[in-house]
Design a protein around this ligand. Structure first.
Ligand code: AMP
Length: 187
């Protein structure tokens, strides 16, 4: 089953997708992790995106869409994808649909983890102490939240009237969110 976890930075997408990855024997597809990896390996893509990432801006759709191709056309991962942080723009959502169609797949469930700004700020400040991510300082967090709000609204509308769309209160405890997801997935 293919799942999209959707929501602002700090909503818990990473935590829930890691959990689902184990539970369903699926594969987490985190564009954030993939992009950080490009930076770490100092690839051409990495050099291009480092400033965007550190400033909390979205990386170009073309770059992110290209990264998705290898994942979606990987036969080992077919029908076992958990999208964490992708799609984030309407262009990406349409690209995803196109790639899924071409590879004879579909999205089975979309989970929107909805969280308010104050909760996100608190969570990300805590995460910064643990993970030491360079884009987790307060100004960048605020920028990332605003970018998210501006650009992902159309993505939300794109999915929200479909029957596989589920909104979950992302302010709940981790285990409560997990339980809600499990009951919708019937696992
Ligand atoms: P994340 O780990 O999902 O919070 O992503 C960290 C950063 O990576 C974001 O602030 C963006 O700069 C970049 N990024 C991750 N996923 C995407 C995406 N789907 N589209 C554009 N930029 C992305």
């Amino acid at each position: 089953m293919n799942i999209i976890l959707f929501g602002p930075p700090g909503a818990g997408k990473g935590t829930q997708s890691k959990y689902l990855e184990k539970k369903l024997n699926n594969f987490q597809v985190s564009t954030g992790d993939m992009l950080r990896d490009e930076i770490k390996k100092e690839t051409e893509i990495g050099k291009k995106i480092i400033t965007y990432m550190n400033e909390g801006k979205f990386v170009d759709d073309k770059i992110v869409n290209k990264l998705m191709e290898n994942v979606i056309f990987n036969p080992k991962k077919k029908g076992r994808l958990i999208f964490d942080g992708y799609p984030r723009t309407l262009d990406q959502a349409k690209n995803l649909d196109k790639l899924l169609y071409k590879s004879d797949q579909k999205i089975d469930f979309v989970f929107f983890l909805n969280v308010d700004k104050d909760t996100i700020i608190k969570r990300i400040e805590k995460r910064k102490m643990i993970e030491k991510r360079s884009d987790d300082d307060l100004n960048t967090i605020l920028k990332r939240y605003d970018t998210y709000m501006e650009t992902t609204k159309p993505v939300l509308s794109y999915y929200s009237n479909k029957s596989n769309f589920n909104e979950i209160d992302g302010g709940l405890k981790i285990i409560e969110i997990t339980n809600k997801i499990n009951s919708i997935l019937k696992v």
